[in-house]
Design a protein around this ligand. Structure first.
Ligand code: UDP
Ligand code: MG
Length: 316
């Protein structure tokens, strides 16, 4: 592409109770793109069922800022669904999902655009440190990536969130994926394409509070692993084979001992241990099976990922 051409860039911004951050976000965006005449910007806010003044505030800002578009969802569907909605609504030649709390610094987008002009179709924002995250979040994220990358077919790049630039062909590919349980990080990795990185330091949230507490993150991690790997199902075959082997050896030992020393009644302890151990093992196995069965069940309903109450374009 000729560098003097106008580039249409869509930002996709999921917002859930973010009245405290919207204005700060818009001010930063305006400052960053003020000197970029070659970039034509539009900002798709996806209101993910906010219960505060977020929607009213966005509508107010839209009156004076024609770049603002709003997709209002019928309730809170979660960030993954909101991103899906935003990607489908975005019309730009390149699309950048970005958090409204300024943890994804908008300045980085300009560097991403440069890499895109070099011919990359995906430019990932990579955090060089996670100091702004709590210690527990850093440790759990680290473990999650290690486990996930060991057992899933597609590696997730580490220290990369949803903040990235994607070419139109990548967005079209994502829009065409049919599943309704959407773990976006995994889907982003799954579609592939020529990928480059831009490093940045992730700052703390400018205002408001994080929407992801410990339990939500745990479920998010389970979602990630069960979406992209069937190893947790397969492991039971091997575990079962291993336990059978041990019990076979133990049986041989008991029979031989009975033949040599005669029948021996005590053995309550070993019996109990074997029964409870195997009972526990079987329940875990059934639990894992249930996890996947549940996913299949939900997927088989073919419900839409999100519902839109209304789309507000600047002209309406
Ligand atoms: N978000 C959303 N729906 C949700 C939770 C979060 O759209 O159910 C948005 C939120 O408004 C923000 C982004 O997702 O723009 C990231 O959320 P947050 O900053 O709370 O997550 P963290 O950075 O702590 O992981
Ligand atoms: Mg945040």
């Amino acid at each position: 592409m000729d560098p003097t051409d106008i580039l249409q860039l869509s930002l996709v911004v999921p917002v859930f109770n973010e009245a405290a951050t919207v204005d700060l976000f818009l001010a930063r965006i305006s400052a960053v793109f003020a000197n970029e005449p070659q970039i034509m910007l539009d900002i798709v806010f996806v209101n993910d069922g906010s219960t505060d003044a977020t929607l009213a505030l966005l509508l107010e800002r839209q009156k004076t800022d024609p770049r603002v578009r709003i997709v209002d969802l019928s309730r809170n569907f979660g960030k993954e669904a909101a991103l899906t909605a935003g990607l489908q609504a975005a019309t730009g030649q390149v699309v950048v999902p970005i958090d409204v709390d300024l943890q994804d610094p908008p300045e980085v987008i300009l560097q991403m655009v440069e890499r895109w002009r070099e011919g990359y179709e995906v430019v990932l924002g990579r955090r060089v440190n996670r100091d702004s995250d709590s210690w527990a979040k850093q440790v759990s994220a680290n473990w999650f990536y290690r486990l996930h990358n060991k057992i899933a077919e597609q590696r997730l790049p580490e220290n990369v969130g949803d903040f990235r630039l994607m070419d139109r062909c990548v967005v079209d590919a994502l829009d065409s994926l049919p599943e309704s349980r959407r773990f976006m990080k995994g889907l982003f990795a799954w579609v592939g394409f020529r990928t480059a990185y831009v490093d940045y330091v992730r700052p703390a949230r400018v205002a408001g509070e994080t929407k992801f507490n410990g339990w939500r993150l745990w479920n998010f991690a389970l979602e990630g692993i069960t979406s992209f790997s069937t190893e947790p199902l397969r492991i039971w075959t091997y575990l079962g084979a291993f336990v059978s082997l041990i019990s076979f050896a133990f049986a041989t030992f008991i029979i031989l001992r009975a033949i040599i020393h005669g029948i021996d009644v005590p053995g309550y302890a070993s019996l109990m241990v074997a029964v409870t151990f195997l009972g526990g093992l079987q329940l875990i196995g059934i639990g894992v099976l249930g996890e996947y069965l549940g996913r299949t069940y939900i997927e088989s309903k073919r419900r839409p990922v999100f519902l839109v109450r209304r789309v507000y374009n600047a002209k309406d």
